[in-house]
Design a protein around this ligand. Sequence first.
Ligand code: AMP
Length: 259
Amino acid sequence: MRLILLGPPGAGKGTQAQHLVAKYGIVQLSTGDMLRAAVKAGTPLGQKVEGIMASGALCPDDVVVSIVEERIAQPDARKGFILDGFPRTVPQAEALDRMLARHGIALDAVIELRVNEEALIRRIESRIAEMQKRGEPLRPDDNPDVLHRRLTAYREQTAPLIAYYRDHGMLRSIDGMAPIEHVADAIEEALNAAEPKPAAKPEPKPTPKPAKSVLKSAPKPAVKTTSEPVSKPASNSAPKAAAAVVPPPRPRRGRRRRE
Ligand code: AMP
């Protein structure tokens, strides 16, 4: 299972992703978490994005695309993944399409958590105030001003992805303001209704000299590079026909067929 959770900051993507991780045994790939880890570790990548993240703006597309490409090639992501916070721009979505095609895999669904922005702002501001009261540490971008900038970035740069994935027939929209369990149930229903995608094709062999890792703590992955042969993209028209050539056994006269 491979899916994208789409929605503004504070819509509950992380919470729902954790639920899906527990249910399906797939990994949550949060670009925000990966970037924060890089900032914390003080890597060159972290130094590059620290100020951008603190301001509430989006990091450059090429930076996030390369960390996602490296991450999905790691063994724990083979079974499936939830992209949380990626893609966030149309160029990132296009890069993801190319990347998945190179790896011979396809998305199963894009789940949009729809929210009422005013209610969302009130919810996040009261959460921040409560955390401050309890003396809990806040993220550098966890303050009302930055929150407004992050929401503007969502509206201007990320919301166009709703039309992008609707046009691709992938979008499932869910009321993200409902109680957490209701949202989880609605996501499950949407996933059950999503058309099953063709199985992944074997990944192309890694090149002998992998590119330098941008994920500091990550184990040495079989990093794919664009110089590899590009495998055929998985699509709805992929080899469905194989199943159709074997007709089902005909029931014998006078005997009930076993289901
Ligand atoms: P998040 O935890 O997903 O809200 O992300 C926190 C911050 O990380 C964002 O405000 C951006 O500065 C940066 N970030 C995370 N994911 C992306 C992305 N896909 N594209 C650009 N910037 C990102």
